[in-house]
Design a protein around this ligand. Structure first.
Ligand code: AMP
Ligand code: MN
Ligand code: MN
Ligand code: MN
Length: 284
């Protein structure tokens, strides 16, 4: 296929921390001209069959997807999986195990917030949760906006939910090796999500890409809602240096919160190998 394809291979539904259902996302993607779509809920593939069916209804091609949280040299990194078998047992079990710590973490986040005078945050966040196994910082952010503590979710993250702030709780996610193995073991390909977001030093980033490749990782997000135009160029070069395919995705979560809508990013450069070229037999 060609790089000039309106592929959107990264977004979230109510099955994780998005506000739209898989069906609503599919309709929105189609309206925006998406030709190849993937729903990539955090640590969860429970929405995959619905998303694939909705894509079919809308006349879009579909790749299965997920976004796995991992801990790499003490920092949280996200690995996107694409084109796997959504019924694969080892993948499902791995993701279930990854989701497992979220309930306890949420209660500790709530305790941290209570210490600065914000009470009932756990119960408040729960009202925004669509999947009881997937309570995330995003749900806390929505509650703190609703209750008037902050004006918007970005402000909540900045003031309360990032490292060193009262609602932040250190958490150990899956390992890089496990995440890549679960995805590839299920017949899919692993992709480093939004690399510019991690603020790694050059050496740390080199270590991430090198280890990722050694474990069998195949792609990196180049054109994403989390990157600037300059970063599309930087990570396009990184993709070529490491012999990785390039992915494109909005990381859309909600009409009210996301600045990048489904299907509205620039195309991938023709000099890059698109991830969908590695997945022609996995496209539904
Ligand atoms: P969690 O997996 O619970 O740590 O939550 C991570 C999610 O929080 C990400 O997937 C984003 O959706 C959201 N997030 C992280 N940082 C920010 C930010 N600065 N502003 C808005 N949302 C953010
Ligand atoms: Mn998210
Ligand atoms: Mn992410
Ligand atoms: Mn995401």
């Amino acid at each position: 296929m060609t790089s000039i394809l309106n592929a959107d291979l990264h977004c979230h539904s109510v099955v994780s921390d998005g506000t739209l259902t898989p069906e609503e996302l599919a309709a929105r993607a189609r309206t925006n001209g998406v030709e190849l779509w993937s729903l990539t809920d955090h640590d969860e593939i429970g929405g995959q069959h619905r998303a694939a069916a909705a894509a079919k209804t809308q006349g879009m091609r579909y790749l299965t997807g997920t976004e796995i949280s991992i801990t790499f040299i003490g920092k949280t990194v996200h690995i996107v999986g694409l084109g796997f078998d959504a019924d694969d047992l080892a993948l499902k079990q791995g993701l279930m195990q990854t989701r497992g710590g979220r309930g306890q973490r949420a209660m500790e986040m709530s305790d941290g917030l209570a210490k600065v005078g914000i009470h009932g945050a756990y119960e408040g966040a729960l009202k925004f949760v669509g999947n009881p196994e997937l309570i995330s910082r995003t749900h806390f952010a929505r509650y703190l906006v609703e209750s008037g503590v902050c004006k918007e979710t970005n402000e909540v993250f900045r003031k309360y939910l990032t490292e060193g702030k009262p609602g932040f709780v250190e958490h150990r996610w899956a390992t890089l090796k496990d995440a890549v193995s679960w995805i590839t073991g299920a017949g899919g390909i692993a992709v480093i999500a939004h690399p510019a977001r991690y603020k790694f030093t050059a050496n740390e980033e080199y270590a991430l890409f090198t280890e990722f490749k050694n474990h069998g990782g195949r792609g990196v997000e180049v054109v994403t809602g989390s990157h600037t135009a300059a970063e599309y160029v930087t990570y396009g070069e990184t993709a070529r240096e490491f012999g990785l395919a390039a992915s494109r995705g909005s990381d859309f979560h909600s009409p009210d919160e996301s600045h990048t809508d489904l299907g509205t990013l620039p195309y991938l450069s023709g000099e890059l190998t698109p991830v969908w070229d590695l997945l022609t037999d996995r496209i539904q």
